[in-house]
Design a protein around this ligand. Structure first.
Ligand code: FE
Ligand code: FE
Ligand code: ZN
Length: 277
């Protein structure tokens, strides 16, 4: 069965997200660990987490995805910004242990003119500080569109980060379909070729999740504007082939399309109907 859900608001807690997901036909979801622009996270309610874990088990949920705030930039040229990224990620990962064994996704960062090599060094340095041997969470590097000085615009850049991290078993990758198409990987006309390349450069065993989004912009535009499923440059057929690819089977698929709940319910339904695996 296809494991699919969408990005949800975390304002009413974990159980509410689980129930909302189930109500729209999802068996997973994604949420921001705190305000996407940063700031303090709401205290975790252990009873709410317990109730959610029981609910998720009963409803056979797949792994859920926590998304770090967008403001987190481990390779900023400002020390204060790098320190914020470090303390935020450390705090997020401590909180993740309330829900053991789940996924934590982050945008690797923007080198803001310092160069890709230094950017990669700084990202790896942060990961080497926050990753701990006893952690049960998998930390995912997201594939990026290559907007501005974003790192993660190629599989090679992600591989370079992974190569520099000591606790490699704590690391995975989340492939964002809008971002990779924007970055110049033609998953519309050559999905298997792109997956071969991912496998050769990073290894498909590191792929844990897919952000399944259409794109408002044409191939290789480096813009990062998500579109509703079927309304963008990737199109429904290409996205249906992605959820049907045997090499992507059993991953967590998350919609980050511009929708309200009813729109997400519709997209989950049409992608489930399209999935023959
Ligand atoms: Fe993201
Ligand atoms: Fe994404
Ligand atoms: Zn995006």
């Amino acid at each position: 069965m296809l494991h699919i859900g969408c990005h949800l608001s975390s304002s009413k807690g974990y159980l509410n997200m689980g129930e909302t997901a189930a109500s729209i036909g999802a068996d997973t979801f994604q949420f921001f660990t705190r305000n996407p622009r940063g700031g303090a996270a709401k205290a975790i309610d252990p009873d709410d987490v317990k109730a959610f874990i029981a609910f998720a088990e009963k409803n056979n949920f797949a792994k859920i995805v926590a998304h770090a705030p967008y403001t987190l930039n481990p390779c900023s040229d400002k020390e204060a910004t790098r320190e914020f990224a470090l303390s935020t990620m450390a705090d997020d990962l401590a909180r993740m242990e309330y829900t053991p064994g789940q996924l934590y996704n982050f945008h690797p960062g923007s080198h803001v003119g310092q160069g890709v090599d230094l950017g990669i060094e700084l990202i790896a340095k942060q990961l080497n500080t926050v990753l701990k041997p006893d952690m049960t969470t998998k930390v995912l590097l997201e594939t990026m569109a290559g907007k501005g000085s974003e790192i993660g615009r190629s599989f090679e850049e992600l591989r370079e980060i992974i190569d520099r991290v000591e606790l490699k078993d704590k690391l995975g990758v989340c492939l964002d379909t809008c971002h990779v198409y924007d970055a110049g990987y033609d998953i519309v006309n050559n999905l298997d070729g792109v997956l071969d390349e991912f496998d050769r450069v990073i290894g498909l065993d590191r792929l844990n999740a897919v952000h399944i989004n259409d794109s408002k912009n044409p191939f290789e535009s480096h813009k990062d504007r998500h579109e509703k499923i079927g309304d963008g440059s990737l199109g429904f057929e290409a996205l249906a082939r992605i959820v049907n690819n045997p090499r992507l089977k059993d991953l967590t698929f998350i919609l980050e399309t511009p929708n309200e709940l009813d729109g997400y319910a519709h997209e989950i339904r049409i992608l489930r109907e399209a999935c023959k695996l």
